[in-house]
Design a protein around this ligand. Structure first.
Ligand code: SF4
Length: 763
């Protein structure tokens, strides 16, 4: 039967066919690159496959339309309660991830021993057997030498199931050196919550029921996770309820979130902690706090009250933040009166030296107005009840290796509260501190692009004697690999997933292959099972009986949730409704209450031998130490993450490039945003080519004169400036991480991203 006369629809019908489209590329002219309905004569089969997205770590439940074996459309999964069947604009980019012509189709081996930027690795294709046997032999030798800690595992954006398997492998092999990208984004945020309530986690906010959002640098509509949930809830609370929630955004830059808010309050960069304490001052001095919650559910209030009343008067703080004292009081009154209210801290406020204390100061505002574990306040994310894994088998080598200090100096005097200090690893490799790295494996990581001080990472990767990179594409980091293992993309593989804290209730997504793997590629879970088998002994035993491969592992871990066929058919499992008011069990603090003076922090600092004084354990504001002298470098550099920055590392996607800077109506580029008055002073016009120079390096880009940026700050969107990947990413725009200096929040080890001074001048 011909295509014209018969269409067989196996699942949901009625979706539109993705049309092919012309894209204009500034350098390449026009290109056609879009999934289209397969043509030709013959029967058309169509199905919708439930799976999940991995273009950011929200990992939304999706459904993909597949026509004659070709994926052509992505939508949300209506059974997902987290995103309520919606997703963000990046979901469809998943099709271009799958069909990206820059994907690597078979394992590669380096033939050129020289490594460095711009050096051709001289790749040659090899078989999987050759690749995995070589990697297995290297791992075996290192372990036999009794040095398993000299293996470094680097993890970028992976599925939750892959993260679980990589973590298990690190433990069974015996290395403490599993390093994720969290230290570049989330750690100060987590440490702030830990000081107050003992949970070292990103906070969850009950957006659906809140009446007031006070955002400190949180990019709620572009990059804060779980993004699709925030977007959906924003629509609900701002457009679908009779009592529209109010949103106030504190940010030196007029972001998309600020654009959509009721009030934008520009602030002097790095002063959010002082503002939070001044808001507390106004709430306490005007008697607006929740007396019942403060008296019964918190400790340390008297010391906190004394601190804020003594030091953080809005009139004084106005001089620090640049925000009029009356505006500070107005925000404080509204925040206290319009409950339930949320004080939401984002990367813009916390990615600074002292970021943990800023995070803590902002978080305390929620307790002041009783917005803790109540509808519309801060809530506590339930984890999915996956079937537990058996204890891994271990031998002396693993026990001793894991006991060695970690390369990132976590939990040391340098970074006492840290769980991971991503950016420290490059320096530790270069200095053999505390020991040399003999081998590293990167799973979808790309730190010589995404971490500040990219040059250090290049030098570190060059120094590692044997580097293996696993990813679907050749990234900047992959260019240093001795062996490249090509991975499947997320539409071709098995996995289970869930989102970062946000919804409160648990939700699991099953990722199943939407199409057969297109090339000779493998899932990273399968790779680890294979390598564990080659290593034998306790490493192999640790992977026995948990499913044998990726599909089996997913089945094993989710067997307790629902029957397998139902999981595959629905694509999601949703846990019970969230339970509020769990005050008898949520606070993991010495007092068992919410702590305005942190007992957890005090105990940790005591353990590190630090002197304890009357201010220890209290949130406080300290003036930022900047990198660079203000007389030579009068401006500050800020970066932001636009919605169309695809977080799987690559930007080789025309759909994302075309709309990259929505606020500016610009694509296929990024540029330096500079305030009109600043530009006038520097005699820079819109569109001029300029140098942006820090004490560490300089980059050349175009100027965009923009009213929505603080006069003392310039801003560059992250995500461009690739020198690897395919033709739609390579050479487009600049990477601001090239010129950002290396600094940290001392407690959590979070990379300080915004305290680098720069100057801008015409090129
Ligand atoms: S929020 Fe993240 S996971 Fe969800 S659709 Fe967008 S890119 Fe994909």
């Amino acid at each position: 039967m011909s295509r014209r006369t018969f269409i067989k629809i196996t699942a949901v019908a009625g979706a539109t066919v993705a049309a092919s489209r012309l894209f204009s590329h500034p350098a390449l002219g026009s290109v056609v690159y879009s999934p289209e309905l397969p043509g030709g004569e013959g029967v058309i089969t169509e199905k919708w496959v439930p799976t999940s997205c991995l273009n950011c770590d929200t990992r939304c439940a999706t459904r993909v339309r597949v026509v004659n074996g070709r994926a052509v459309k992505v939508t949300g999964n209506p059974l997902s309660r987290v995103s309520e069947g919606e997703n963000c604009a990046r979901a469809n980019v998943g099709l271009q991830v799958l069909y990206d012509p820059a994907r690597i189709t078979a394992p590669l081996k380096r033939t050129n021993p020289a490594k460095g930027r711009g050096i051709d690795p001289g790749w040659t294709e090899i078989s999987w057997e050759q690749a995995l046997s070589e990697v297995g032999d290297k791992l075996k030798t290192l372990r036999e030498k009794g040095q398993p800690e000299r293996l470094l595992l680097l993890s970028g954006l992976n599925t939750v199931s892959a993260e679980d398997i990589i973590r298990r492998f690190a433990g069974a092999y015996g290395t403490p050196n599993l390093v994720s990208a969290d230290g570049l984004n989330n750690e100060a945020d987590k440490a702030g919550e830990w000081m107050a309530d003992g949970h070292y986690t990103q906070s969850a906010y009950d957006l659906e029921r809140t009446n007031y959002i006070l955002s400190f640098g949180a990019s709620i509509l572009e990059s804060y996770k779980p993004l699709a949930r925030s977007l959906r809830m924003w629509g609900k609370i701002r457009g679908e309820r009779p009592n529209r929630a109010k949103v106030v955004v504190i940010d030196p830059r007029y972001s998309v979130t600020a654009l959509r808010a009721d009030q934008w309050v520009p602030i002097n960069p790095g002063t959010d902690g002082a503002l939070a304490l001044a808001i507390a001052h106004a709430i306490i001095s005007e008697g607006l706090y929740d007396v019942d919650f403060v008296n019964n559910r918190t400790s340390g209030f008297d010391e906190y009250k004394k601190l804020v009343l003594d030091y953080y008067d809005p009139d004084t703080v106005s001089g620090i933040t640049g925000i009029p004292a009356e505006t500070i009081r107005q925000i404080a009154r509204e925040f206290a009166a319009t409950g339930p209210a949320i004080a939401w801290r984002g990367r813009g406020a916390t990615s600074w030296p002292n970021g943990s204390y800023t995070s803590y100061a902002i978080f305390c505002l929620n307790a002041l107005v009783g917005s803790i574990d109540v509808p519309g306040g801060v809530i506590y994310q339930e984890n999915p009840p996956y079937r537990p894994l058996p204890e891994p088998a271990e031998d002396d080598t693993a026990i001793k290796g894991r006991a060695r200090p970690a390369l990132d100096l976590r939990k040391t005097e340098r970074f006492p509260a840290a769980e991971v200090v991503t950016n420290q690893v490059a320096d530790s490799i270069l200095k053999n501190n505390p020991y040399p790295v003999e081998m590293a494996i990167g799973f979808n990581s790309n730190f010589n692009m995404s971490a500040p001080g990219t040059g250090r990472w290049d030098a570190a990767l060059e120094k590692i004697p044997y580097y293996v990179h696993a990813a679907p594409f050749i990234s900047e980091m992959a260019e240093y690999a001795d062996i490249f293992l090509p991975l499947t993309t997320f539409m071709e593989e098995w996995a289970y997933d869930h989102s970062p804290p946000g919804s409160g209730f648990a939700e699991v997504r099953i990722k199943q292959p939407v199409v057969e793997p297109l090339y000779n590629t493998r899932n990273n879970i399968d790779i680890i099972f294979n390598i564990a088998g080659r290593l034998g002994g306790t490493v192999e035993q640790s992977f026995a009986g948990i499913g044998d491969d990726a599909g089996g592992f997913v089945k094993y871990r989710t067997a307790v949730l629902a029957p397998w066929n139902k999981l595959l058919e629905q694509g999601v499992w949703v846990g019970p409704d969230y339970e509020y008011y769990k005050y008898d069990r949520i606070f993991k603090t010495p007092s068992g209450k919410f702590e305005f003076r942190s007992g957890n922090l005090e105990a940790l600092l005591k353990e590190q031998g630090e002197e304890i004084n009357s201010l220890t354990g209290l949130p406080y504001y300290r003036e930022v130490q900047y990198l660079g002298d203000s007389s030579d470098y009068p401006l500050l550099l800020s970066t932001y993450q636009p919605l169309l920055n695809v977080e799987n590392g690559s930007q080789n996607y025309p759909w994302a490039q075309e709309m990259f800077l929505v606020m500016h109506g610009a694509g296929w580029t990024n540029f330096v945003e500079i305030n009109r008055r600043t530009a006038q002073k520097l005699k820079i016009k819109d569109g001029d080519t300029v140098w942006v120079e820090s004490p560490f390096d300089r980059i050349k880009t175009k100027a965009r004169v923009f009213e929505g940026i603080h006069p003392g700050v310039v801003s560059i969107a992250g995500g461009q400036g690739h020198r690897a990947y395919g033709e739609w990413a390579k050479g487009i725009g600049v990477n601001p991480n090239e010129i950002i200096g290396v600094d940290y929040d001392r407690l959590s080890g979070q990379a300080a991203l915004f305290n680098t001074r720069i100057r801008v001048y015409k090129a």
